[in-house]
Design a protein around this ligand. Structure first.
Ligand code: HEM
Length: 412
């Protein structure tokens, strides 16, 4: 067993519990019960990660939010005590580092290069095109026989088609990029597998950016190519940013579509409220509640303290790793009354499913519009939508840094 490597602690390694990541059998929508216990009894305490390191785990909503907004805490993944999520995540960050694991001012400089494409104004203009994508996929599903796997037939294609159009990536290559993304978000992937998948994606995006340098089009990879031409970005940095946007742009939203549908099918009273509503505000609110309830980016926001920080009776020393557990933060009764109940009529807009602070999700306006279109269309157009297998036969992504389902067999 390895020794504690973080500075400033005298806690013997044997007394530090493993970071509880696995959800209890039969409760696929709820964070692990051990996280509830920690939140109630030891809201800022040490946990052991896969590599034997023992960063702080923060579980209360107020503390998670306060620390995510605290400039004394950073996201620099090159720091020796950065608490990596898995061997694969560590390898990917080493090979392809971009602004999600950088601190300001570099983080802000790079993020600014792509923010316009994700502004509310720009994303709202895409709503009719997103509606058409959703309608066409439902038409295709209804034209064929059931049951179908909703993940392959609908949940993955919706955000993949959207992010491909936005970036200027050919959708015809979706098998290639979806397969390699999946390798990278699986916590059981070996460093060698992660290295190979990262290299394939970087080479692919580099080729596309090369094409955009000579034949620019109206898309985000062409914008990145412009920054390369202006000498503000290297080809490698541009490919890394393209890779981040391609992966984040489809993997997360796809899981929210499939897992959100499953959660609603398991809560028929809530599903009835969503499918009966034609009020965009109610649909938007239901989306926020599903984001809170499911918190699919569930493996904690990873940080390193840059200065000593006193919080909740403990001192996090400069240089120590910190994991901010936004999944259990979103189930904190102090922030959300009766937090384990899915209630599409509550207004939980203050949730931290998209993170908080300077690294708060860049793509959230896009994810919101996609989910609003999906949730307001799918159950209205297929009112008899139901599971084609028992809940116990659904393969959940217990091994993923993003939570969801691998398959969702449905019929109607
Ligand atoms: C339901 C869907 C989504 C969820 C739940 C989600 C969640 C998150 C979370 C929790 C973070 C914070 C990371 C941190 O603090 O370390 C984040 C950051 C980010 N997300 Fe998303 N995301 C979603 C969709 C998207 C989409 C569609 C894109 C589009 C490309 C995207 C791009 C990004 C980027 C680029 C960052 C890094 C921001 C920064 O470091 O400044 N996300 N996301």
């Amino acid at each position: 067993m390895s020794t504690i490597s973080a500075p400033g602690t005298d806690v013997p390694p044997a007394e530090v519990p493993d970071y509880p990541m696995t959800r209890a059998a039969g409760c696929p929508f709820d964070p692990p019960p051990a996280l509830h216990t920690l939140q109630a009894e030891a809201p800022i305490s040490r946990v052991r990660l896969w590599d034997g390191t023992t960063p702080w785990l923060v579980t209360r909503y107020e503390d998670v939010r306060a620390l995510l907004a605290d400039p004394r805490i950073g996201s620099d993944s090159t720091h020796p005590h950065y608490p990596h999520q898995s061997p694969a995540a560590k390898e990917r960050r080493r090979q392809s580092r971009t602004f999600i694991t950088m601190d300001d001012p570099e983080h802000a400089r790079l993020r600014r290069m792509v923010t316009a494409a994700f502004s509310i104004k720009h994303v709202e203009a895409l709503r009719p095109a997103i509606q058409k994508i959703v309608d066409d996929l439902i038409d295709a599903m209804l034209a064929g026989p059931g049951p179908v796997d909703l993940v392959q037939a609908f949940a993955l294609p919706v955000p993949s088609l959207v992010i491909c159009a936005l970036l200027g990536v050919p959708y015809a290559d979706h098998d290639f990029f979806q397969t390699n993304s999946r390798i990278l978000v699986r916590s059981t992937t070996t460093p060698e597998q992660a290295r190979a998948a990262t290299q394939l994606l970087l080479d692919y995006l580099d080729r596309l950016i090369g094409d955009k340098l000579t034949h620019p089009t109206d898309d985000l990879l062409s914008t990145l190519a412009e920054w390369v031409r202006a000498g503000e970005l290297s080809r490698r940095e541009a490919a890394s940013m393209g890779m981040l946007l391609l992966i984040a742009g489809h993997e997360t939203t796809a899981n929210m579509i499939a897992l959100g549908t499953l959660a609603l099918l398991q809560h028929p009273d809530q599903l009835a409220r969503v499918s009966a509503s034609d009020d965009p505000k109610s649909i938007a609110s239901a989306v926020e509640e599903l984001l809170r309830y499911l918190t699919i980016v569930h493996s904690g926001r990873r940080r390193v303290a840059r200065e000593d920080i006193g919080i909740g009776g403990v001192t996090i020393r400069a240089g120590e790793g910190v994991v901010l557990a936004n999944d259990i933060g979103n189930r904190d009764p102090a922030a959300f009354p009766d937090p384990d109940r899915l209630d599409v009529d509550r207004n939980p807009r203050h949730h931290v499913a998209f993170g908080f602070g300077v690294h708060q999700c860049l793509g959230q306006p896009l994810a919101r519009v996609e989910l609003q279109v999906v949730y307001s269309t799918l159950y209205r157009r297929i009112p008899t939508l139901r599971l084609a297998v028992g809940l116990d036969q659904i393969p959940f992504k217990h091994d993923g840094t993003v939570y969801g389902v691998y398959e969702l067999p449905v019929t109607w």
